[in-house]
Ligand binder design. Sequence first.
Ligand SMILES: CCC/C=C/C(=O)SCCNC(=O)CCNC(=O)[C@H](O)C(C)(C)COP(=O)([O-])OP(=O)([O-])OC[C@H]1O[C@@H](n2cnc3c(N)ncnc32)[C@H](O)[C@@H]1OP(=O)([O-])[O-]
Length: 713
Amino acid sequence: MAQYSRVSGNVGLITLQNPPVNALSAAVRQGIVDTVKRALGDPEVKSVVICGQNGVFCGGADIREFGTHMTGPPLVPMIHAIEMADKPVVAAIEGVALGGGLELALGCHYRIAHTKAKVGLPEVTLGLLPAAGGTQRLPRLTGLPAAIALITTGRQITTAEALKLSIVDQVTDYSAVDTAVKFAKSVAERSLDGRRVSERPCPCPPDVDALFEAAMQKVRQSARGAIAPVACVQALQAAATMPYALGMQREKELMATLFTSGQARALQYSFFAQRAVGRWSLPSGARWDGSKPRPIRKTAVIGLGTMGRGITVSLAQAGLSVIAVEAQEKPLKEAQQAISGMLQRGAKRRGGAPPLDLITYSANLQAVADVDLVIEAVFEDVALKKQLFQHLSAICKPEAFLCTNTSALDIDLLASQSRHPELVVGMHFFAPAHVMKLLEVVHGSRSSPEAVATAMNLGKQMGKVGVAVGNCHGFVGNRMLKPYLEQGLFLLEEGATPEMVDGALEEFGFAMGLFRMSDLSGIDVGWRVRKGEGLVQPGASVRVRQGRRYSPLGDLLYEQGRFGQKTGRGWYRYDNRHEAKPDPWLNNFLEDYRARHGLAARRIECQEVLERCLYTLINEGFRILEEGIAAGPEDIDVIYVLGYGWPKHRGGPMYYASMVGLIKVLERLEHYLRAHPDVPSLQPCSLLRRLVASGSPPIHKWRKIIKKTQSHL
Ligand SMILES: CCC/C=C/C(=O)SCCNC(=O)CCNC(=O)[C@H](O)C(C)(C)COP(=O)([O-])OP(=O)([O-])OC[C@H]1O[C@@H](n2cnc3c(N)ncnc32)[C@H](O)[C@@H]1OP(=O)([O-])[O-]
């Protein structure tokens, strides 16, 4: 767990050993205490180096221990003992030094890092704060502004940036361990005055109050309702205003308010859920560890609209060659300019040169004859896509994978146009495709495990979090969105306003309520989807379609040319493009509409908005699980947190249901179904009933129950 050796004559070398990231488990912490004691007690040893096994320094405290009974020596006194040592201790940082790992390094007297390593204090992303002295030591090195930015965002930075911020003392292209050993020898006799970070004052700018006021406003604004970022700012305020020992006390008190909070548990659930989805399995029994992905070198993107451009950028940034195809010369040129601009801006942010030379542009589909994998992102029209698949199947080499970015169309229908349906799979990206991390990998009934594995692996290469999902209308994300949006419209009919519905959802933690989101994505987009589903009857406003309650409000706005932000009017008014303002026109329109349909407006509480919108979305999630479209609740939660703005600190819709209590979700759905019997999405799913009947087990036990029920199907 921590190995000790004496190297280079008189340097004590301590190597953390806990693969894969040398997380600071109880055994590792005990190992550090023992080996530090041994090194400091060895008269032959004049200086000490701490490093990590396998080219990784340390990924932080062991998150798997959180929520369990913590044993082993605590981090704070352990790091304090290192800092107070009378021999120089040098941290050799390779790979990552994150969270408690970086805090361990900050307790050392020197930090030598590899140029390719990354450092950061990501605790806030887990609902915590750097409670091993990070909030008190970091600002003493970097100053308050940088410390606030790093600790409240949890951002990882390069060691070049860390050097500029005085977080590390030296960076090297060679082995950081060898460099650190040499450095340790060179400082063996040097005084440690000034090298103990906790003994330094915390530099305070003259406008420190304004700095913290702005910081607090920013975290309250950006991470709506999240408590950890606020506590991070408070801990940093202590560093600025109190002596170190009192600051440490304050850090400990603030951590105590976070450690057992529901938000921390939700964020830690999310952390592991995002890794669990990589261990995918299909109803056919195919699994991630039994399906070998084929390496992809040459790709093509067909259709260079917004999505196609983002996908092209993402592929090129992943180092893959891309043939970017657009049928007409003019849009092809426009796309080429747009893509080059996106790559140049990306290169400025990420460092390095923009990979412009990886992209070839063509108006001729024949150009893709030799690629390994094609992603089509043409207009969401089934006839157009079917025809394209026929052409691609004829043009591409027989082993090429044909992937579609469709957001809802039937993968099997598109696969049936190809001579090799087993090589057809959905790769549903989310706009903007070069930014959003979510990727739904949709397997059709004939998609081979190799095709799914290849698409999932390509997604990982592109920096995406891939979730393998089944083929149904809307797959997972968009399918669950439908009842959520539907309830929003019904609430308007019954007396709510867009700002009231959105206010409740944004108070819950969504970055954007459903009407603001509809205005952003375009009311015309929603209209086209409903038209494709045969739900739109222009001019009609009858409130029943296909035998169930239907609200034509979105269709009526579309017919009025109110598409949302793009036309300056939608559910809101936009005097400037992005600022949504309540529109008196809409209130009059709703009053007339209700009068016309004999609907009496009533007062609607926020709680009803949340229950009707969220519980119908959750109920659809249970249906998706029951049908095997998603393998587990984690898949759905990752999709909603990464792709639909579900507040991270609430874990995801299924996790939230487990926290609210399944029995409550069931009861409220039954309550609303009694009030609205013509809304089938309120009918509680039988899996939900089964889970409640089995005593509402914790979420990590649902898969077993689902498998059992499916095995009886
Ligand atoms: C209390 C005092 C204050 C201190 C608090 C803290 O330090 S809080 C912590 C602050 N630290 C952080 O927040 C860092 C969190 N970790 C990361 O950001 C990334 O894992 C990475 C950048 C370290 C490696 O990225 P990558 O894409 O190369 O790999 P990957 O992401 O796929 O992970 C590989 C495997 O390692 C696992 N695992 C990883 N870290 C931890 C951990 N700390 N613990 C346990 N396990 C951890 C991960 O689950 C996965 O396991 P699986 O699924 O194979 O069974």
